[in-house]
Each structure stands twice: as C-alpha cells, then as structure tokens.
Design a protein around this ligand. Structure first.
Ligand code: GTP
Ligand code: MG
Length: 242
C-alpha cells in the first residue's frame, strides 16, 4: 500500500492539519456554518489544482462560486477554462449532473472534483413523502463520488451545511449519517473572533480527531493564523497544532 497522494492547499496551517493536504482517492467533507469559509476553501483547492496544471470539475448548487473571487485568488482569466462548471438549480438537475458525472470524468480526465454543496438542493426538496427516495439518491451521489475518487485517484471535496441542535452547541450536518458514512475526512469550519476561522479534524484516516488550526480568509487566499492565537476563544482548550 502506498501513502495517499495529497493536494496541497497552499495554506500551511490547513495543509499541516490534514497531514500534507487533501487526500486523493477519498471524499473530504468540509462542513460548517454559513460564512465559515467552505466555498473559499473549495476555490483555494481548485486554484491549487489549476496552478499545478490540472483541471477541476466544480458542481456549484448554490451560486456560491464567483469568477471574481477565483481571479482574486489566481489572477489568470485563461485558468477559468480549466474549470468544468455545473450549476444545477434543482435536486432533479443535480441528479442529472451525477448521472453524467462518470462520463464527464472519463472524457475530461479532471484532476479533482468539488461539490459545493451536495445537500442544499436536497434540503429544499426534502418533504415527508419523498424523504426516503431523496435519502437514497443522496447515498447514490456519494457512492458515485466515492467510486470516481477511488478509480481515478482524485481528491474529491464536498461541502455540507449544518444546523445547530437546540440542546447542545454541536453543529449537525444536513443529511446526518449519510455524509459522515461516505466521507473519509470530515473537516469542520467555524467562525471564531475577529474574522478568524477555525478548522477541526472530526474524522480522518491518519490524523487524530479533534486537532485544530486557525486561519484567515484574506483578499487573495486562506492564510495561517499562526502566532495570532487568542486562548480565550471558545474551543481554545482543544488540541492545537499551531
Ligand atoms: P455559505 O455558503 O453561506 O454556507 O458560506 P461558506 O462557508 O461557503 O463561506 P464562504 O467561503 O463563502 O466565506 C464567506 C466569507 O469569506 C465572507 O463572510 C467574508 O468574511 C470572507 N471573505 C470573502 N472574500 C473575502 C476577502 O476578499 N477578504 C476577506 N478578508 N474576507 C473575505
Ligand atoms: Mg458557500
């Protein structure tokens, strides 16, 4: 068995947290509250992939991707052509995108896949009667991604929204057990103070659960918050690597 290849994000704190970057061959699930930095994380990963000559499939279900933001992080209009965008606006359209995905991957040979987010349209469509069918479809989509990740040794990033539980301060992923089951890495993002963001490994094949690091979202990248630690912030008692 070989050590998995990794896609470096180019943010030292996050790369170190993940043991060198985003693993190829598995699904990495980035989840967290609105504005915590999920889409920025995805764009930085895509920029990193494209900078090293790669191509990326980006499935944007929320209109969160912005070419302007991409160009702030990587000032090269031609690079946008190395992005294969899909923008489904209903869960039905999303299903179509996933049905076609194996063919798209076979034809285009991308170097990574991003789905931001897998669950927003799922959430809009979820209503009593069809919940079972929709859950089955969500599992099918995860299964498709997992298979493509393995067969083509691709890094796959999916984002997941969360909702907070009334009786605890824990955030729960939309879709609950389905994303947690299919994702070999679970990375939680949170907003802390003064614009700082915190990333926590909640599940990983080779990194300890609970390790965290802090970073900032800046004009042109995600940047380590090394040396700016504020020990009074919530969760500061967790294990730190920076
Ligand atoms: P949802 O999709 O709403 O769930 O949020 P998200 O987790 O995808 O968050 P996203 O990555 O879109 O982060 C949005 C935040 O990034 C904004 O609230 C800003 O604080 C920050 N941001 C975006 N662009 C810049 C920038 O150029 N400079 C700085 N400092 N912050 C930025
Ligand atoms: Mg987003």
């Amino acid at each position: 068995m070989e050590t998995p290849q990794r896609l470096e994000l180019g943010c030292d704190a996050l790369d170190e947290l993940l043991g060198g970057g985003i693993e190829h061959g598995i699904i990495t699930n980035v989840y967290g509250e609105a504005g915590s930095g999920k889409t920025n994380f995805c764009i930085q990963a895509v920029v990193s992939c494209i900078r090293s000559g790669g191509k990326a499939v980006f499935i944007d279900t929320e209109g969160g991707f912005s070419a302007e933001r991409f160009l702030q992080m990587h000032d090269d209009e031609a690079a946008l052509e190395r992005l294969i965008m899909h923008e489904p606006t209903t869960f039905e359209e999303q299903k179509g995108v996933f049905d076609d995905l194996p063919q798209v991957v076979a034809n285009e040979l991308p170097d990574m896949i991003v789905v931001d987010s897998l669950v927003s349209l799922y959430r809009l469509n979820l209503n009593g009667e069809t919940a079972q069918e929709i859950n089955t479809e969500l599992s099918t989509q995860f299964s498709t991604l997992s298979k493509l990740a393995r067969e083509h040794d691709l890094p796959v990033i999916v984002t997941n929204q969360v909702y907070s539980q009334f009786d605890s301060d824990e955030n729960v992923m939309v879709g609950r057990d389905i994303p947690a089951y299919w994702s070999k890495t679970l990375l939680e993002l949170e907003k802390v103070r003064n614009g700082k963001r915190r990333a926590t490994v909640q599940k990983h094949r080779s990194r300890p659960e609970g390790i965290t690091t802090d970073f900032f979202i800046t004009q042109d990248s995600l940047t380590s918050a090394e040396g700016t630690q504020d020990e009074s912030v919530p969760g500061a008692d967790r294990m730190k690597i920076f």
